[in-house]
Design a protein around this ligand. Structure first.
Ligand code: SAM
Length: 274
């Protein structure tokens, strides 16, 4: 790949050559701080037997450093123009450029461990993270997101924003904040600052059927203003059974979903699904 990419001149030059601009519909905010890009990628683990998957490489700000790492690189980008650009720029071997919506990508087809990197498009941050958390072969994620999104994702119990994703993130081992990023580090400049965080997915499974755990936890938050009893009743279609289970779990029938912790949702899954 030619020269560092995360800088203002490079981004403006190529947007100009392609007679385009950053597309809002794809959440395009290009990183223009190459030192930051390099530092982010330094924290990413690699290895011969690893797939390094980048979501939304854009013009290649992070990619420029990522392609130097060990492992098979897969770059998934929805914008065909960005894909063409990358095909011309990337000279390294072992790089696959895939033009598609990441949310439609089948990660199961990779039978190796997947390490994920991305400056995520803000309009689907939560969907992307949920998909990653539900994929059994993802072992590490290093993600750049808007500060508000991170606060929502990691909201503590008893707060308004506490959600199934906060619970899933805790389940896989929690998040580690790597660095804060000023809004001035992007073109165009977003209204809010961002940050980079990492998730190192725990190896030990706390529950046999993780899919059921994700499904049941999500179902318990479908009506978040209602009690856990209401939500469980509508999931089981049996109020008596819902009451019995909650009593067995020593859970108040009037508790709300955001008042219950990870252990509760794990134990609830074990009661219902196993
Ligand atoms: N990585 C580049 C950087 O740091 O400068 C671009 C980051 S920009 C915030 C998000 C990127 O994700 C854009 O290139 C956008 O086209 C791409 N994108 C948006 N939606 C996507 C999707 N559903 N699947 C894959 N890529 C997507």
């Amino acid at each position: 790949m030619l020269g560092p990419i995360a800088n203002k001149e490079y981004v403006l030059k190529y947007l100009n050559i392609y007679d385009t601009h950053a597309l809002k519909k794809y959440g395009q905010n290009f990183l223009i701080d190459d030192e930051l890009a390099e530092n982010i990628i330094k924290n990413v683990k690699d290895g011969e037997d690893t797939i390094l998957l980048e979501i939304g490489p854009g013009l290649g700000a992070l990619t420029y450093h990522l392609v130097k790492k060990n492992g098979h690189k897969v770059l998934v980008e929805i914008d065909p123009l960005m894909c063409d650009h990358l095909k011309h720029q990337v000279q390294e071997d072992d790089v696959e450029i895939v033009n598609m919506d990441f949310l439609r990508m089948n990660l199961k087809k990779y039978d190796k461990e997947i390490v994920v990197v991305g400056n995520l498009p803000y309009y689907i941050t939560t969907d992307i993270i949920e998909k990653l958390l539900r994929s059994t072969n993802v072992t590490q994620m290093t993600l750049m997101v808007q500060k508000e999104a991170y606060e929502r994702l990691t909201a503590p119990i008893n707060s308004k924003e506490y959600s199934p994703i906060s619970i899933f993130l805790e389940y896989v081992g929690g998040t580690k904040l790597l660095t804060k990023v000023s809004r001035h580090s992007y073109i165009p400049e977003p209204h809010v600052d961002s940050l980079v965080f990492q998730v190192n997915v725990k190896k030990e499974k706390q529950i046999e059927n993780e899919n059921e755990f994700f499904k049941i936890t999500k179902a318990m938050f479908l009506m978040r203003r209602k009690t856990i009893l209401n939500n469980l009743t509508s999931y089981l279609k049996d109020k008596q059974k819902a009451e019995t289970i909650l009593n067995e779990l020593n859970c108040s029938l009037t508790a709300r979903p955001e008042q219950l912790d990870l252990d509760f949702y794990l134990n609830l899954t074990k009661k219902i699904a196993l």
